[in-house]
Write a protein that binds this ligand. Sequence first.
Ligand code: SAM
Length: 340
Amino acid sequence: MNPAEGAGSLSAAVQAGLEGTGLASLSAGVRRLMDAYRSGEVPAAPVLTSAREVAAYAAYRMPATAAATGAAFAQMRRGLPGWTPATVLDFGAGTGGASWAVADQLPDAAGLTLLEQSGEAIRLGQAILAESTSGALRGAAWRRWRLELSDAAERAAVQDSADLAVAAYVLGELTERQQDRLTELVTGAAPAVLLLEPGTPAGHRRILAARARLLAAGYDVVAPCPHQLGCPLEVPGDWCHFAARLQRSATHRRVKGADLPYEDEKFSYVAAARPGVGSPDCPAGRVVRRPGQRKNLVTLDLCDRDGRATKLAVGKSKGEAYRRARKTSWGDRWDDAATG
Ligand SMILES: C[S@@+](CC[C@H](N)C(=O)[O-])C[C@H]1O[C@@H](n2cnc3c(N)ncnc32)[C@H](O)[C@@H]1O
């Protein structure tokens, strides 16, 4: 068996949650969701409503959003040594992919609250989280929640209620006014915030708009940017995004009609924290493209501390820096010590 499908894995939990759901129904649901997401339009009506669509989401999107969230959260924690959130609030939780990924790295998490508008997503998400080996995931609180544009009670309900607020792959389903409102709620909810979107130009633009709001609210960007300045990748034809590799389960492959045993989920993200959270450790740069590897030479595309997009060539003559560069991946930090 693929180790990613073993007991306690997200794949195994999704499989258990989907028991009794036929492959034909799942595949039809996947086709409908793929059309909805590919259009890039803000959906006129909620996407995850029927049991069929929610099951399809869990089968083919949840593992990918969880992988992306896990990768972004790991970088966020690298940027905030000493910070371990105990409570997490997950906005637009869907079937719980982001919470699963975060809890995976927080064995001592004390409380997870998942906010979701779709009753069917909550039902399946609860079944999936019940399969987890994490007590925090099994004991997570789910709340029915739909974003309102001006509801003081909604704001009060989430205000300062967690150590970390997450919204993964939600902004893209909202109008611009709703996106601003969600960012406002998320910033009020926790001193540390993680937002993710698909790794497309449009997803990156939404992340940049949210980043500007976070900075205006007094947060410091922790990752991916090694600075608080304008984005050097906000230029035509470019955008800041990363990739998380995940193993596809047999069901995942079948419903997607895919042959490869893995896929690379592209994502854009911003992680930010109020001053005083952890001890921020800003790298010299962030690797913003897949590194180029040639004989005796590694080239790194970096977003650097001065807010510039730069290229760094590290030849074998650089010794330790070269060895580090060879082990460096897209999305990793590039630290001063490594420049040799
Ligand atoms: C693409 S799914 C992401 C789910 C989950 N965060 C993940 O990473 O897998 C988008 C989620 O946003 C929720 N959503 C969309 N519009 C919403 C709104 N107006 N109010 C509350 N939730 C909303 C949907 O119900 C859905 O669960």
